[in-house]
Design a protein. Sequence first.
Lengths: 343, 272
Amino acid sequence: MTVKLHRIGGIVISIVAVVVVATALGSVQIPLGDILGMLVSNIPGLKGLVNADWPLAREVIVLQVRLPRVLLALVVGGGLSVSGVLFQGSLRNPLADPYIIGVSSGASLGATVGLLFFIPGGLVGFGALPVFAFAGAMVATLIVSRLGKYRGRLEPTSLILAGVAVGAVLTAVVSFLMVLRIQNLADVYLWLMGSLSGRGWQHLAVATPYVLAGVVLALWLAKDLNVYLLGEEAAHSLGIDVQHLQRWVLIIGSLMAAACVSVSGVIGFVGLMVPHALRLLFGAEHRRLILHSFWVGAIFLLVADTIARTVLSPTELPVGIITALVGGPFFIYLMKRGSGYHG
Amino acid sequence: MKKQWIWLCILVLVLNAGIVQATPQRIVSLAPSITENLFALGVGERIVGVTSWCDYPEEARSRTIIGDAMNLNVELLLSLEPDLVVGDSTLVHSHLERLEELGISTFVVGPRTVSEVQESLIDLGEAVGAKEKGEELASSMELRLAELTGNVRRSEKIRVFMEVWNEPLMTAGPGSFMDELIVLAGGENIAGDAPTPWPVFSEELVIERDPEVVILTSFNLEEALGRPAWQVTTAMKNGDVYEVNPDLYSRTTPRLLDALAELIEILDAIGQ
């Protein structure tokens, strides 16, 4: 294990600090003291320590609106980044990202079908939206992984091409449905844009188990991925079942991406760029790459989302604008600073 | 025995106080039409939050803006401490569910015809403690509607093309207010066979069906008059292309009848 204990401690402390600062910022100005008080008074057993003299509406804003959104940004940012590491590692393609094999278009179709045909009609509530999106993502991934087999073996190039083709078809179906059904279009647009706005604890509960389990499993596969980096032949000769590895990496990466997309819509750039940036900074050893991608991706999306919801308050910007605008130039700087880039 | 009566009186008083308290005092509106209707119901001073599109009446602009048609700043809305949020079911639905989760009481309107506008005024009036005003508004709409349509004496139906947007060319199909207004005004919507309320429409069909009137709702008169292919239509030849205020034609308020009156006037001028 190359990551030392005090480093992990530093990472945890920096995440907590960013969370507190992000929770303190928003359209409504709330004193930091009140926010800390609200957080502390909701830890079981510590309620008596704080004198709760703030208005109830403020507590709802902090605990039901801001905090779940802040934590969801961490989970989605971390999840997309680790998923990106897995796809880039297993497909050995620098352009691979969590959406490359159809997760995003499948989720979009699932969400659109749910929104246009089931949800506002009263059959099921909006709480079911992530379920529709998740189901769509998984179906699309299954189709693509079937099509991506060449002579019975998963083959990166076929997978990527199948992903592009299936993605195009599904996106066309989404557009077609939107032309046909005009009702509830506003909800569909809002979902397709990708955003963390208006998300609550239940979204966090949907995404977190998949993302955390995914990170643990990814760490478990890290050693094999390192060997696979040397080439398929080398991996074989060192006794690694490449097909087995690829299948697991795809399953874990897709589940993580699907969980993230189902709660936040399609947020681009994070899953592609964060792993690359960290490879440039720390090298391609996968265990380190996965751990660092998780916390850096988490903080990156949280910072971007905090900027998105505060910079033009009371209007909110789509978070994708901020991730690309802030992350893009930084990535270019990293790329040019080093001695060139070797995926 | 007497004591019990006193207790009963107190109980009744308390319950009444509860009912009086239940009349919303801090209302947030999530659509321009709702804002207009709340002002029409006489409860405008109780509105604390509106959308950036709420521009009528002028006084609505002085309220805190909590979002637009798509996006909602939930924390800003909560900070206004509303006791009722009124939303339109034809706009973003998910916001309303999210607000309910946060313990805010919501009321949903979503009229799709002129008569549903009348009903929704009564319902909304009831929800904000202005039931009588709502009924009054609805019945005066009813009267005005009868008066306006009763005066239409044209025997020929006039072919109308209602242009909602120019790029892409969008019009109003069946199920939209604009379509209903055309029919009420004694016109024939040349997009009356469209599959959806707001379809993207074929330019070829417009020329083929030769509208006698073109109504523009996106302030593009100059551009529309310059379209080469459209010059063959009767509307263009006779100069019957009109720019109208889209808010009148699309907002589900009593002002829809102002739009109807204007449309009847336009068609009457042609019918003679």
